[in-house]
Design a binder for this molecule. Structure first.
Ligand SMILES: [Zn+2]
Ligand SMILES: [Zn+2]
Length: 169
């Protein structure tokens, strides 16, 4: 599916959701949905709000937040919380099932795709419980942070050595 088709399908699904829940079909809500489906990354309420403002849509943070809640409910958007970071959102396109590697040191999030893992996860059975989707968060330390840790550890060793040497002179 092309990006435009994905967006059109999302618009239709949102219209259906708003009708079912007797919610108003305001232009603001559609502008927010439109922007969300232009984004390929995770975003926060604040970053989406700022992006809308930059394009001349002066909607309040509350409207952005409420619309995202509706989009989440309508399963067009997924809400993510990585560790202690503020909630992040991302669109759901139906095609992209991915998981997240979260760095516990800098908070960086990397997306991974693994079809073997996906088929294992979808083959799992939990009695009468019917799983809809699976989200996997793998926590650890990213390469940049582990490099940083190594170099600062090296420096500490060098400083200790230098101090020891000076004291012996
Ligand atoms: Zn990191
Ligand atoms: Zn993601």
């Amino acid at each position: 599916m092309s990006d435009d088709k994905v967006k059109t399908a999302a618009m239709a699904a949102f219209t259906k959701y708003l009708t079912q829940h007797k919610l108003r079909k305001t232009p603001e809500r559609y502008a927010i949905l439109d922007k969300v489906f232009d984004l390929n990354d995770h975003f926060t309420v604040e970053s989406l709000h700022a992006a809308l403002h930059a394009e001349g849509y002066h909607v309040s943070c509350t409207t952005v937040y409420n619309t995202l809640e509706h989009l989440t409910e309508a399963t067009l958007v997924r809400r993510r919380t990585f560790g202690r970071q503020p909630a992040q959102y991302e669109k759901i396109t139906g095609l992209t099932n991915h998981h997240h590697l979260v760095c516990t040191s800098c908070g960086k999030v990397r997306e991974i795709k693994d079809s073997a893992l996906d088929s294992t996860l979808s083959s799992l059975r939990f009695g009468t419980f019917r799983p809809a989707y699976t989200d996997l968060y793998i926590y650890g330390v990213c390469s940049r942070c582990s490099k940083k840790k190594r170099t600062s550890a090296d420096k500490t060793t060098k400083t200790i050595k230098n101090t020891v040497n000076k004291q012996h002179k």
